[in-house]
Design a protein around this ligand. Structure first.
Ligand SMILES: [Cu+2]
Length: 189
């Protein structure tokens, strides 16, 4: 009887503690910074996934979730390009522009180039059987100019481009990454 009573009190206290934690749980990020999203399409114009972009106090987090990116597995270059225009997919997104760069970014392409990098340069991604789940982080670009270059040009916008080959982070103009295979216009929430 007594043990049962203690158990009941214990469960009740546990429930109260759980409720209190839930009530007081702070938001994931308790600062006022912009967020954005980007829907990827392939060269056929088909939707293949999404990126969530969150501006933090030290840089930009880019969370990628994609399927049917490419046949098989391998590394692919990915960059922030200087125009938010993924039209003409069958022509390789010619309106997405060059890599985003700015006064505080380098003038040459490549994370490993002494005169680089462009603000839009990023580490390459590895796609496994066409699928990608990955988080990228950059201090060279931001959604508001608070860290590195503001990629969200008021009229041109910006896009994320995935290339057919890996980026060697040095060769001009795109690190040998080849043609684009997917594009996503970055849109502020
Ligand atoms: Cu690129």
């Amino acid at each position: 009887m007594r043990i049962a009573h203690l158990l009941t009190v214990g469960l009740f206290l546990q429930a109260m503690a759980g409720a209190a934690v839930a009530d007081q749980e702070p938001p994931l990020y308790d600062y006022d910074k912009p967020t954005a999203y980007a829907e990827f399409i392939n060269l056929k114009g088909e939707h293949i996934g999404r990126a969530e972009l969150i501006q933090g106090p030290h840089g930009l987090l880019i969370m990628l979730e994609l399927e049917n990116v490419a046949e098989g597995s391998g590394f692919h270059g990915i960059h922030i390009h200087a125009r938010g225009d993924c039209s003409l997919p069958e022509e390789g997104f010619p309106r997405a522009g060059l890599h985003a760069h700015g006064t505080n970014g380098g003038q040459k392409h490549g994370l490993m180039h002494p005169e680089g990098p462009h603000a839009g340069d990023l580490p390459s991604i590895y796609v496994h059987d066409g699928i990608l789940r990955y988080e990228l982080f950059t201090t060279f670009a931001s959604l508001d100019g608070s860290v590195g270059t503001n990629i969200m040009h008021p009229t041109r916008g910006a896009s994320l481009i995935i290339h057919e080959n890996p980026d060697d982070h040095y060769t001009q103009p795109v690190g040998g990454a080849g043609d684009p295979i997917a594009c996503a216009e970055i849109k502020l929430n």
